[in-house]
Design a protein around this ligand. Structure first.
Ligand code: HEM
Length: 216
């Protein structure tokens, strides 16, 4: 039997998933080598990414294809605002700034994510499906290594999604059923790879600051 589109997408992005997953910043973060400030710095950059992503979701919610992927229960904006206030205080908005790599990522979300359904879905898939899977490993580490749960880790809490595996299965079915042409499916795959690469770019930029967070 030939693979489904969601299987093809997953297989095609596996190498760049591995690259993201094993990037030096993420490895040091999960390896317990960095202070809690490194988790805060990551969340600070993600705040800008999710602002762009969730603005795109709002703009695309009535699109007949993209709209099927817009689930309010995924929204991270409120959670990130709580986490920012926890880490950076009430004036957090004047404290955090996007790194150039983050701005480049946000620009691409606006460019690809607002122009057609597949561009939006590629960026949506790459972040949210990762958050409800690998993101849970980061949540666990934040608690185990630094005792942070609740505020400070709200970004990783999807309490309106009762079953992540069921949500993922449903999401994969939506990917399989989206009426894209063969070329459009290829374009979704290419854009997803690009989304991963943009994440890798943000992690690499964060890694430049790593000595500040080192606990050794
Ligand atoms: C912290 C390091 C990471 C770990 C430990 C991790 C781990 C995982 C795991 C265990 C899965 C579940 C695979 C399955 O459903 O069988 C997964 C899926 C996924 N991850 Fe990650 N991941 C990490 C980082 C990332 C990053 C940085 C991204 C993208 C920005 C990402 C995007 C995804 C996506 C899109 C999926 C869903 C794949 C699919 O089923 O189609 N992950 N990850």
């Amino acid at each position: 039997m030939s693979p489904t589109f969601s299987e093809t997408l997953r297989a095609a992005t596996l190498p760049v998933h591995e690259q993201a997953n094993h990037s030096p910043y993420i490895s040091a973060l999960l390896g317990g080598e960095l202070s809690v400030d490194a988790f805060a710095a990551l969340a600070g950059q993600l705040y800008f990414v999710y602002s762009a992503l969730e603005d795109a979701a709002e703009a695309m919610k009535d699109d007949p294809i993209a709209g099927r992927f817009v689930f309010p229960e995924l929204n991270r904006g409120d959670a990130l605002r709580q986490d920012m206030a926890y880490y950076f205080g009430p004036s957090w908005q004047s404290v955090i700034t996007p790194l150039p790599a983050t701005s480049a990522y946000c620009d691409r979300i606006r460019e690809a994510g607002l122009s057609w359904s597949g561009g939006f879905v590629a960026h949506h898939y790459t972040r949210y499906l990762g958050d409800i899977a690998g993101g849970q490993i980061i949540r666990h580490k934040l608690r185990k290594l630094h005792g942070v749960e609740g505020p400070g880790s709200m970004f990783y809490v999807f309490d309106q999604i009762p079953s992540a595996p069921r949500f993922r299965d449903n999401y994969r079915a939506l990917l399989n059923d989206a009426p894209w042409t063969a070329q459009e499916r290829k374009d979704v795959i290419m854009e997803s790879i690009r989304a991963y690469e943009l994440n890798v770019g943000v992690f690499a930029a964060l890694a430049d600051e790593m000595p500040r967070y080192s606990m050794s």
